[in-house]
Design a protein around this ligand. Structure first.
Ligand code: NAD
Ligand code: MG
Length: 397
C-alpha cells in the first residue's frame, strides 16, 4: 500500500496517543502531516518533537504563542489555532487520512471537512455522527471519501460484514447488529447509590482507559446510546435492528446476526490500538502492540440484558433516534453540558439523564437539512440545559 499522510485531530487525547503509538511502529507506512490539541500545549510540543509534523493546531492565540516558544528550535513546524485551522489541516490536499479524535461537538467542523474532501476518515468522534449523520454520510458519498469506524463496537461490526457492504445492509442478509457494552463501573450499583457517585468513581472504567467525557458516558450508558445512533448512521439501519447486550469482560467487541442464524463477532483484548491499526492499514493488517487474546485465561464470557430503568440514557438515545431530525443533536448537546456540569461538581450523577430528558421534552424536533440547522439545534439545547442547571442550583441554595 502507498504511504499514508496523516492528520491526527485530538492527538493529545486517549485515542490520539494510541494512534501515535501504532504509527510509531510503522514509520515506513505513515507520515504525520498535522497534529492538534486544545490546551495541552506541552504535551503537543513533545509529540511535535517526536513526529515532526508540518503543522500543529491548538485552541487559541495564547496557546499558539506558548507552543511557538516551546518549539522555537523547530521553526519549520507551522503553529496555528482555532476551528478554521482544524478544518484546514483536516482538508489539506497532501493529507490522505484523518484520525478524527476530538471529543464532542467541537470535532464536527473538522471531521466534516475531512469527509467533504474525500479523505479516509478514521472516525472516533462519534458525537459528530450523532449530530450530523446524514450530512456526514452524504459528504462522504459525494467526495468519494471512506469512513473507517474507530469506535471498537462499530469497528467490530465493520469487520463482521462482507467486504464492499457499501454502508447498506439489506442485501447482505443482516438481521441484527448487536452492540456489546461492558455495563460501566456501576453495572451492579443500586439505583439509590447512583446519587452519591463522584467524578473519580464515574471515570474509573473497569476495562478501558479513556478521556473523562466518554468515561462518564460509559457510566450512564449514554455512550452506548450514542453508539446505537452512530451504528444507525454508519450502517444505514433503523433502531429496531440494533440491540445492546451487556458483556462485562469486553472481549467480544460487537456482533452481526444474519438471517441464516450465523452470528459473526470480532474478539480481542480491550485495547483501542486494535481498531486503530485495523483502520489505519485497511484492507491490510499490521501489528498494533496489543497482546494476543488468551481465552483460557479469560475463562468465561458472560452476558446480561441492559437495565433501561437504572440507566435511562440508553432509552433516551433510542427514542431520539426514532424521533429523528434534530432530536439526536439535542440529546448530544444536553448530554455534553450535563456531563461537564457533573465533572465540575455542579450536578449529581443521577441528574444527567433527567436533564437530557427535560431538554428533549421541551425542544421541538425539527428536520436538519444544513450544518447551520445542526448548529442551531446544538446551541438551543446547550442554552436550555444551562438554564435548567442554573435553576437546579438556585433551588439547592
Ligand atoms: P480525550 O479527552 O482523551 O481527548 C480529546 C482530544 O480532543 C484531546 O486531544 C483534546 O486536546 C482535544 N479537544 C478537547 N476539546 C477540544 C476542543 N474544544 N477543540 C479542539 N480539540 C479539543 O478523549 P478520547 O477518550 O480520546 O475520545 C476522543 C473521541 O473518541 C470521543 O469522541 C470519544 O467518544 C471517542 N472514543 C474514544 C474511545 C477511547 O477509548 N478513548 C473509544 C471510542 C470512541
Ligand atoms: Mg465504543
Amino acid at each position: 500500500m502507498s504511504r499514508q499522510v496523516l492528520t491526527i485531530l485530538g492527538a493529545t487525547g486517549s485515542i490520539g496517543q494510541s494512534t501515535l503509538d501504532v504509527v510509531a511502529r510503522h514509520p515506513d507506512r505513515y507520515e504525520v502531516f498535522a497534529l492538534s490539541a486544545y490546551r495541552q500545549v506541552s504535551k503537543l510540543a513533545e509529540l511535535c518533537r517526536r513526529f515532526h509534523p508540518q503543522c500543529a493546531v491548538v485552541a487559541g492565540a495564547t496557546e499558539a504563542a506558548a507552543l511557538r516558544e516551546l518549539l522555537a528550535d523547530l521553526p519549520a513546524i507551522e503553529v496555528m489555532h482555532g476551528p478554521l485551522a482544524l478544518e484546514q489541516i483536516a482538508s489539506a490536499p497532501e493529507v490522505t487520512t484523518v484520525m478524527a479524535a476530538i471529543v464532542g461537538a467541537a470535532g464536527l467542523g473538522a471531521s466534516l471537512a475531512a469527509a467533504r474532501t474525500g479523505k479516509r476518515v478514521l472516525l472516533a468522534n462519534k458525537e459528530a455522527l450523532v449530530m450530523a449523520g446524514e450530512l456526514f454520510m452524504t459528504a462522504l458519498r459525494q467526495s468519494g471519501g471512506v469512513l473507517l469506524p474507530i469506535d471498537s463496537e462499530h469497528n467490530a461490526v465493520f469487520q463482521s460484514l462482507p467486504a464492499g457492504f457499501d454502508y447498506g445492509l439489506q442485501k447482505c442478509g443482516v438481521t441484527k447488529i448487536i452492540l456489546t457494552a461492558s455495563g460501566g463501573p456501576f453495572r451492579q450499583a443500586s439505583r439509590d447509590s447512583l446519587a452519591q457517585v463522584t467524578p473519580e468513581q464515574a471515570c474509573a472504567h473497569p476495562n478501558w482507559v479513556m478521556g473523562r467525557k466518554i468515561s462518564v458516558d460509559c457510566a450512564t450508558l449514554m455512550n452506548k446510546g450514542l453508539e446505537v445512533i452512530e451504528a444507525s448512521r454508519i450502517f444505514g439501519v433503523g433502531a429496531d435492528r440494533i440491540d445492546v447486550l451487556i458483556h462485562p469482560e469486553s472481549m467480544i467487541h460487537s456482533m452481526v446476526q444474519y438471517e441464516d442464524g450465523s452470528v459473526l463477532a470480532e474478539l480481542g483484548n480491550p485495547d483501542m490500538r486494535t481498531p486503530i491499526a485495523q483502520a489505519l492499514a485497511y484492507p491490510e493488517r499490521i501489528g498494533s502492540g496489543v497482546a494476543p487474546l488468551d481465552l483460557v485465561r479469560v475463562g468465561c464470557l458472560t452476558f446480561e440484558a441492559p437495565d433501561f430503568v437504572r440507566f435511562p440514557c440508553l432509552q433516551l438515545a433510542y427514542d431520539a433516534l426514532r424521533s429523528g431530525g434534530s432530536a439526536p443533536a439535542t440529546l448530544n448537546a444536553a448530554n455534553e453540558e450535563a456531563v461537564a456540569a457533573f465533572l465540575d461538581g455542579r450536578v449529581r450523577f443521577d441528574r444527567i439523564a433527567g436533564l437530557v430528558a427535560d431538554v428533549l421534552a421541551a425542544l421541538p424536533t425539527s428536520p436538519l437539512g444544513s450544518l447551520d440547522e445542526v448548529l442551531a439545534a446544538d446551541r438551543a439545547a446547550r442554552a436550555l440545559t444551562q438554564r435548567l442547571l442554573a435553576s437546579t442550583q438556585m433551588s439547592l441554595a
